[in-house]
Design a protein around this ligand. Structure first.
Ligand code: KIV
Length: 276
């Protein structure tokens, strides 16, 4: 009965939370990317990406909005279902969109949809002190959770723009405390967006669960980027932490494989992709 889940006819078994924890323990960098449809999911998986996120960034890169705020649960479920069909090895995480986890019961109901209808194996929510009770509630129901700290794009209108977080010592300490509390509440992964290297390093050292960074420096346990950014599909200004992997490659698969290799050998992120 368990064979199907554990093997699916693969040379390498599918990634699960234990795989990710072991990668942290063994110091093997975890390569993660976003994807939003089955065709790209096949390529991302074939390139050897360990974790694939159906991010609410789809609101910006697929739907053409200026922020992630308009994305709905139905949108995420739709894209997650498509991505799930393309995956064989990678671990599938789906984003909880804006206001889909305003209280524990609502969070549980929507997380169940993402797993049952969307095929997600974990949900991600933008968390802080205010989300501790929600993470506890989800964890009590065995819903795997990734807590997103640092720059939280769903709060863009409250923050007043997309900018680096945790530059001041007090804010950095608050973020470290929140990360520990979210882990204790049951988060299985912590994701850090746009924080100085030193904050990424301190949080990674303090936590037992894997810490995945996007613009969080080289010391975290894994890296994640938005697929369209690294394939040079995104037009206009991209964030400092983005590297265009398509530039030196003739096919998307070669570019994605180069990204996985660069994360594994530590050549990405380079100093020019980091904040200090
Ligand atoms: O929505 C998204 O794609 C994300 C990544 C930027 C981590 O949250």
């Amino acid at each position: 009965m368990y064979t199907q889940l554990e093997q699916r006819g693969m040379a390498q078994p599918p990634v699960n939370v234990s795989t990710l924890r072991k990668m942290k323990a063994d110091g093997v960098p975890i390569a993660c990317l976003t994807a939003y449809d089955a065709s790209f999911a096949v390529l991302v998986d074939a390139a050897g990406v360990d974790l694939l996120l159906v991010g609410d960034s789809l609101g910006m890169v697929v739907q053409g909005h200026d922020t992630t705020v308009p994305v709905t649960v139905d949108d995420i479920v739709y894209h997650s279902r498509a991505v799930a069909r393309g995956l064989r090895r990678a671990f599938l995480v789906a984003d909880m969109p804006f206001m889909s986890y305003a209280n524990p019961e609502q969070a549980l109901m929507n997380a169940v949809r993402m797993m049952q209808e969307g095929g997600a194996m974990m949900i991600k929510l933008e968390g802080g002190e205010g989300q501790i009770e929600i993470v506890e509630h989800l964890a009590r129901h065995d819903i795997p959770v990734c807590a997103h700290l640092g720059l939280k794009p769903q709060s863009v209108h409250k923050i007043g723009g997309f900018r680096v977080q945790g530059r001041e010592a007090e804010k950095a300490r608050e973020m470290l405390d929140a990360a520990k509390r979210l882990q204790d509440a049951g988060s299985d992964i912590v994701l850090l967006e746009c924080v100085p290297n030193e904050v990424g390093e301190a949080i990674t050292e303090a936590l037992e669960v894997p810490v995945i960074g996007i613009g969080a420096g080289p010391a975290v346990d894994g890296q994640i980027l938005v697929l369209y950014d690294i394939l040079d599909i995104t037009q206009g200004r991209t964030p400092r932490f983005v590297r265009n992997f398509q530039a030196d490659h003739t096919s998307p698969l070669a570019a994605l494989t180069a990204y996985v290799d660069a994360v594994r050998d530590g050549s990405y992120p380079a100093p020019e992709h980091c904040f200090s």
